[in-house]
Design a protein around this ligand. Structure first.
Ligand code: FES
Length: 135
């Protein structure tokens, strides 16, 4: 259980990431490219990951969404940079929600988990040998 003060700090952090998201843009030289949408609102995130030697050497994202989805994507892209693909596959939904720091309801959960879903589906495609998938 977090205090009201802590919740304010987490909310401020979410807004910071929303206003100034990290790792935005597109990679020209990517290994994984995948786009997912939140079916509840139609918002989309497209993720570009460069894999070098089984490690995520670079990542960028574009798309639109609410503060929660954009902040979660910004935070997730920070988290996965320079990590091994095997580590990325182990990232849990709980870890993503914990990064945000505040409790999210069922509707907002779809927003928060959109980047993780995009990443996981992109990795599956990459493992199957599909380098580029945009839909
Ligand atoms: Fe669309 Fe959150 S309302 S992703």
């Amino acid at each position: 259980m977090i205090t009201m003060e802590e919740e304010e700090i987490y909310k401020e952090n979410i807004l910071d990431h929303y206003r100034n998201p990290h790792n935005t843009g597109e990679l020209q030289d990517y290994s994984i490219r995948h786009r997912e949408l939140n079916p509840l609102c139609g918002d989309q995130i497209e993720l570009f990951v460069k894999v070098e030697g089984c490690r995520c050497s670079d990542v960028k994202f574009c798309g639109k969404g609410c503060a929660i989805s954009q902040a979660a994507t910004s935070m997730l892209t920070d988290k996965i940079k320079n990590k091994n693909i095997d580590e990325l596959k182990k990232i849990t939904q709980e870890e993503v929600v914990n990064m945000l720091g505040i409790p999210v309801g069922i509707v907002r959960l779809k927003c928060a988990l959109l980047p993780l879903k995009t990443l996981q589906k992109g990795i599956i495609k990459w493992e199957k040998g599909e380098l580029c998938q945009t839909n």
